[in-house]
Design a protein around this ligand. Structure first.
Ligand code: NDP
Ligand SMILES: O=C(O)C1=N[C@H](C(=O)O)C[C@H](O)C1
Length: 272
């Protein structure tokens, strides 16, 4: 049984995680949190996460309090960059493993997460869907084989409430495409406007759409002469993100300290 604490349980991902963790026979939800000062603090986590049934675990507005006496193996965190970095510090101080789905970290934030991972095992990935992680690998492979004669563009679409852009997944795709094509981060173009001139060779475009209730869509375009390849993943609900995160939670509990990603969890050969 993996004893699991879930943060941000009133959120879109937090509530999905509580529902799927409760349904899993090998996971026990032993703690849950909401934002500090939230009026939901002290209420039953099942009700906060809109399960319709109590969970007999009270939501706390502080991760330390949620961990007190919980004997947790792992914390699963999909909140926001600042909250996640605070949670990573708390987990590192208590020797509890961590799964991070949060996106939108600055380079400094990512470095702080890596520092905490010297003390505890952390799985961090901008997209926990198995399908997306395979798409990321396929994109790298296509880029390597097609080479520089194809123009590469990444397009993502998300719901109107998403706070960061481009998505963490689009940035990960951009990173693996840069590597596969032997380019540099300077080749990434995040917006175009005005007299941009002809497309520079080697440019990799990354564009973001926002609107409605789009769960998450990513397409990598490979535009060639006389042909075009489009590699698309469309998420139609959040369950596959949560299922992947809970798989990561089972995998990371009890591991050696280190910063792991979903490729490690899924046993994919070599990192992209
Ligand atoms: N890796 C992946 O597969 C995926 C990653 N994500 C990422 O996950 C993150 C969350 O997304 P989503 O669920 O849609 O966002 P939501 O805004 O729906 O949920 C975030 C939740 O975190 C809560 N929160 C904020 N600060 C704290 C804190 N200090 N302690 C506890 N809870 C806190 C918020 O509370 P309040 O409502 O009171 O503000 C909110 O309930 C984003 O970064 C998103 O990009 C999303 C989907 C998949
Ligand atoms: O905020 C979201 O919703 C999502 N965020 C992740 C990202 O930034 O890549 C993953 C997913 O597409 C949903």
């Amino acid at each position: 049984m993996t004893r699991t604490v879930i943060t941000g349980i009133s959120g879109r991902m937090g509530s999905t995680l509580v529902r799927l963790a409760k349904a899993a026979s090998d996971l026990a939800v032993v703690g849950a949190t909401v934002r500090p000062g939230s009026p939901l603090s002290g209420q039953d986590a099942g009700l906060v996460a809109r399960l319709g049934t109590p969970l007999d675990v009270l939501a706390q507005d502080d991760l330390g309090r949620a961990l007190d006496g919980a004997k947790a193996d792992v914390v699963v965190d999909f909140t926001g960059p600042e909250a996640t970095l605070h949670h990573a510090k708390v987990c590192a101080g208590r020797g509890v493993a961590l799964v991070v789905g949060t996106t939108g970290f600055t380079p400094e934030g990512r470095a702080r997460l890596a520092e905490h991972a010297k003390r505890i095992p952390i799985v961090a990935a901008p997209n926990m869907s198995v399908g997306v992680n395979l798409v990321i690998r396929m994109a790298a492979e296509l880029a390597r084989v097609l080479g520089p004669s194809f123009d590469v563009e990444v397009l993502e679409a998300h719901h109107r409430m998403k706070k960061d852009a481009p998505s963490g997944t689009a940035l990960k795709l951009a990173e693996v495409l840069v590597d596969a094509l032997g380019r540099s981060k300077d080749d990434l173009t995040f917006a175009r406007e005005g007299q941009t001139g002809a497309r520079p060779p080697g440019e990799i475009g990354v564009q973001a759409l926002r609107g409605g209730d789009v769960v998450g869509e990513h397409t990598v375009y490979f535009f060639g002469e006389g042909e075009r390849i489009e590699l698309t993943h469309r998420a139609t609900n959040r369950d596959q993100f949560a299922t992947g995160a809970l798989r990561a939670a089972r995998w990371v509990a009890g591991r050696a300290p280190g910063l792991y990603d979903m490729a490690d969890v899924l046993g994919l050969q070599g990192k992209t």
